[in-house]
Ligand binder design. Structure first.
Ligand SMILES: C[S@@+](CC[C@H](N)C(=O)[O-])C[C@H]1O[C@@H](n2cnc3c(N)ncnc32)[C@H](O)[C@@H]1O
Length: 366
């Protein structure tokens, strides 16, 4: 009984986290780079109430301009959502639009004809999958808490897609594999990799200058897609030369460290560790992604050593278990560094650890 209550509470919390809505201008900004992909295509927005969603607005307004064949949207309805959702439905609904009813205006979903679904409209439900099968390209901002199953389903049904996600989600084991194999990549992205979403149920912690009423600012948001676009074929211009002072070798990975993507040395042939934001500049003709530093073999970057009894030394003098040294790339220093550092058995010196690094190689240097 208690477990059931907890499960419902967690579900309600997740649903609340998932209830924020994308602005029309952000959709327009990104979609303008993909126009050629939409001609004669069936677009499916499977997390969208057409009466609220700006994805429905964008595609219905631009239906003729893009040459779409059909637009389908489905709206999820869960009884726990009533408290915080802008979703107006009593029931889960769907809508199919085939154009020519808008006179260059956004058509009224009620006039087009909203139809009821039998189930709750979950993107994994039989009814939603039937609609998914009819569609060519899925475009939406899916629920953050269901990112893994959402992406898995897109691949299971072999769909083209353009969706909103978070840059940390590219570190998930399943997503990283898709990124590494060039089956999914970043879109053009949001300005400064942050966006405001429409939401009335959050305290917005954005700084005063960035605060917008009824909105939540989320940093690290990104578009993820398997639709080709021009930017991912542009070479990153490299201007720095490799030297051993600026580019330290990791103590536990066979690679050099590069702190900023723009500082990738132009003449280094070996393996380099770069921050995950490198993905915004990634051109698969220029670089190859080899793995990710995580200490786990499934990320295809195997550490060259495992630290024994690692200890983390905090700035206040306290010491704790330093196992993080075994799940990150580490740099070895002779002198004690400022800030947090690590020690371990048989390590002569002091270690500092880095945020997750993608290990890459320049394909153009042989
Ligand atoms: C981040 S919001 C984005 C809404 C809309 N796509 C937009 O961008 O404005 C995610 C939406 O997914 C819906 N949702 C949550 N769980 C779902 C599920 N299992 N299947 C389909 N939609 C779901 C939520 O109700 C929410 O409206």
């Amino acid at each position: 009984m208690k477990n059931e209550k907890n499960r419902k509470l967690t579900q309600a919390k997740n649903l609340k986290k998932d209830e924020f809505y994308t602005q029309l201008e952000d959709i327009e900004q990104e979609l303008r780079h993909y126009k050629k992909h939409f001609k004669n295509k069936v677009v499916y927005c499977n997390c969208d109430d057409p009466r609220v969603s700006n994805f429905f607005k964008y595609f219905s307004l631009n239906f003729e301009k893009l040459g779409l064949k059909k637009l389908i949207t489905t709206c999820y309805k869960n009884q726990n959502m009533d408290l915080f959702s802008q979703n107006k439905s009593e029931k889960a609904i769907y809508l199919e639009y085939e154009g020519d009813k808008n006179n260059n205006q956004i058509p009224d979903p009620e006039e087009i004809g909203i139809k009821s679904l039998n189930g709750d409209g979950d993107f994994r439900s039989e009814e939603a999958i039937k609609l998914l099968k009819q569609s060519d390209i899925v475009v939406t901002n899916p629920p953050f808490s269901l990112f893994r199953p959402y992406v898995a389903q897109l691949f299971e049904y072999n769909k083209k897609f353009l969706i909103i996600g978070h840059q940390n989600q590219i570190k998930y084991k399943e997503t990283f594999k898709l990124i590494k194999e060039n089956k999914m990549w970043m879109g053009y992205g949001f300005k400064g990799n942050a966006a405001h979403f429409i939401n009335n149920h959050y305290t917005d912690y954005a700084t005063a200058g960035d605060h917008k009423e009824g909105m939540i600012r989320v940093s690290g948001v990104t578009w993820l897609t398997n639709l080709d676009h021009t930017k991912r074929h542009e070479d990153l211009i490299l201007y720095k030369k490799y030297n051993t002072d600026d580019y330290r070798k990791y103590d536990n990975y066979d690679a050099i460290n590069v702190d900023k993507t723009k500082d990738i040395p132009m003449n280094y042939k070996g393996v380099m560790g770069v921050p995950i934001t490198f993905m915004y500049k990634y051109n698969p003709d220029q670089f190859e992604i080899l793995g990710m530093t995580s200490g786990r073999n499934e990320f295809e970057a195997v550490p060259t050593k495992k630290y024994l009894n690692p200890i983390q030394h905090n700035t206040d003098g306290s010491k704790i278990n330093g196992s993080k040294a075994n799940t990150s790339a580490a740099i070895l220093w002779k002198k004690k560094p400022d800030g947090v550092y690590y020690t371990a058995d048989k390590v002569k010196g002091y270690l500092t650890i880095l945020y997750t690094r993608f290990l890459i190689k320049n394909k153009k240097l042989k």
